[in-house]
Ligand binder design. Structure first.
Ligand code: HMG
Ligand code: MG
Length: 296
C-alpha cells in the first residue's frame, strides 16, 4: 500500500453541522489535541456567510488563536471573493473552493447555478495563486444528490477539468450524503482516472450508511492516496438533507495502520479530541474505534 495523506476536516465539516455552537476557545483546544496527535493537514474552518453557517462565524478569531506551526498546514474553505478577503486577514496556509456536480445542490448550497459559479471561483483561485498559495477544489454530490438522485459522471468530469484548468492542485470528490457503495466508487473513479491523474484526486466520504470505510479502501486501491476524514466521525452539510458524518479519522487510522500503512497519527492521542468534542457537544460521536478505546 502506498503512503496516505489524511486531511482532517472535523473542525470544519464536522462543526458546521452541529446544532450546538462550540466556543472559539474549545475549537482551539480541539485543534491543539488534533495537532498533538500528529495531524498535519488541518481544515480549520470556512469563510462562508455567518448567517448561512453560524457555527463557523468565528473563523477569523479561531485561526488567529492557533499557534504558528510550520509543520502543520491550516486550511480553510472560501466560497467567493468576500470569503477570501476575510481569510487573507489570517495566516491560512491553504484554501479550498467548493461546488457541486448537481445543479440543485449547488444552488441550495451556494446560491448559484453551476455555470455562474465558475467565474466566482476563477477570481478566488487567481487571487490565491497571486499570494503564492495552493487551492484545493471540492466537488460535492459526485455519487448522488439529495435533490436529484443519481448524478452523471460527465457532470463531475466537466467540473473537475474546468477547476483544474483554473488552477486547483487537487480535487476532493464528495459523497456528500453518504450513498456511495464500493463498486460504484470503483467504476466512477476508474473512469475519472482515465482523464485525471489519481494524484490529483482525493476521496471525501460521508458515512451516513456505513459504507465510507469500504469506499475509502477502494479509492486507495485505485491509487487515490489522499483521504478526508473527521475526528469522531463528525460531519455533514447543512444544505444537504440527510448528510451525516464523514468517515471517522480514528476508524480510518486504525484500518490503515493495521494494514501496514503509516499515517503519522497517534490513535490514543487522537481519541482525546473525540472525547472533548463528545463532552462539549453533549452526545456520543459515531466513530467505532473511539467507542472501543473508551470501553477498553
Ligand atoms: P449570497 O447571499 O448569494 O451572497 O451567498 P452574495 O454574494 O449575494 O452577497 C450577499 C451579502 O453577503 C453581501 O453583503 C456580501 O458581502 C455578503 P451585503 O452587501 O448584503 O451586506 N457575503 C459574505 N459575508 C461574509 N462572508 C462571505 C460572504 N459572501 C457574501 N463569504 C454564499 C453566497 C456562498 C456566501 C452563501 O451561499 C454561503 O455562505 N454558503 C455556504 C454554504 C456552506 O458553507 N455549505 C457547507 C460547506 S460545503 C460542504 O460541506 C461539502 C463538502 O464537505 C464536500 C462534500 O461533503 O461533498 C466541502
Ligand atoms: Mg463534506
Amino acid at each position: 500500500m502506498p503512503e496516505v495523506t489524511l486531511v482532517e476536516v472535523g473542525l470544519r465539516d464536522g462543526l458546521q453541522n452541529e446544532s450546538r455552537i462550540l466556543s472559539t476557545s474549545v475549537k482551539g483546544q480541539l485543534a491543539g489535541l488534533l495537532m498533538d496527535a500528529g495531524v498535519k493537514e488541518l481544515e480549520v474552518t470556512s469563510f462562508v456567510h455567518p448567517r448561512w453557517v453560524p457555527q463557523l462565524a468565528d473563523a477569523t478569531e479561531l485561526i488567529r488563536t492557533l499557534p504558528d506551526r510550520t509543520d502543520v498546514r491550516y486550511r480553510a474553505l472560501v466560497p467567493n471573493q468576500k470569503g477570501l478577503e476575510r481569510a487573507l486577514q489570517t495566516n491560512v496556509d491553504e484554501f479550498a473552493v467548493f461546488m457541486s456536480a448537481s445543479e440543485t445542490h449547488n444552488q441550495k448550497n451556494i446560491n448559484k447555478g453551476i455555470d455562474e459559479t465558475f467565474p466566482v471561483l476563477q477570481e478566488v483561485i487567481q487571487e490565491v495563486q497571486n499570494q503564492g498559495k495552493r487551492v484545493r477544489g471540492y466537488v460535492s454530490t459526485v455519487f448522488g444528490c439529495p435533490y436529484e438522485g443519481e448524478v452523471p459522471l460527465s457532470n463531475t468530469a466537466r467540473i473537475c477539468n474546468r477547476l483544474l484548468e483554473m488552477g486547483v492542485y487537487e480535487l476532493s470528490l464528495g459523497d456528500t450524503i453518504g450513498v456511495a457503495v464500493p463498486n460504484q466508487v470503483k467504476e466512477k473513479l476508474k473512469a475519472l482516472t482515465q482523464e485525471i491523474p489519481a494524484e490529483r484526486l482525493a476521496g471525501h466520504f460521508h458515512d451516513t450508511r456505513g459504507t465510507a470505510l469500504a469506499n475509502a479502501y477502494v479509492s486507495l486501491e485505485l491509487g487515490i492516496t489522499t483521504l478526508d476524514s473527521a475526528f469522531g466521525g463528525l460531519g455533514g452539510c447543512p444544505y444537504a438533507p440527510g448528510a451525516a458524518g464523514n468517515v471517522a479519522t480514528e476508524d480510518l487510522v486504525y484500518m490503515l495502520e493495521r494494514m501496514g500503512v503509516s499515517t503519522g497519527i497517534d490513535l490514543k492521542k487522537l481519541c482525546q479530541a473525540g472525547w472533548l468534542a463528545e463532552e462539549q457537544l453533549g452526545k456520543q460521536l459515531p466513530s467505532k474505534v473511539l467507542q472501543s478505546v473508551a470501553a477498553a
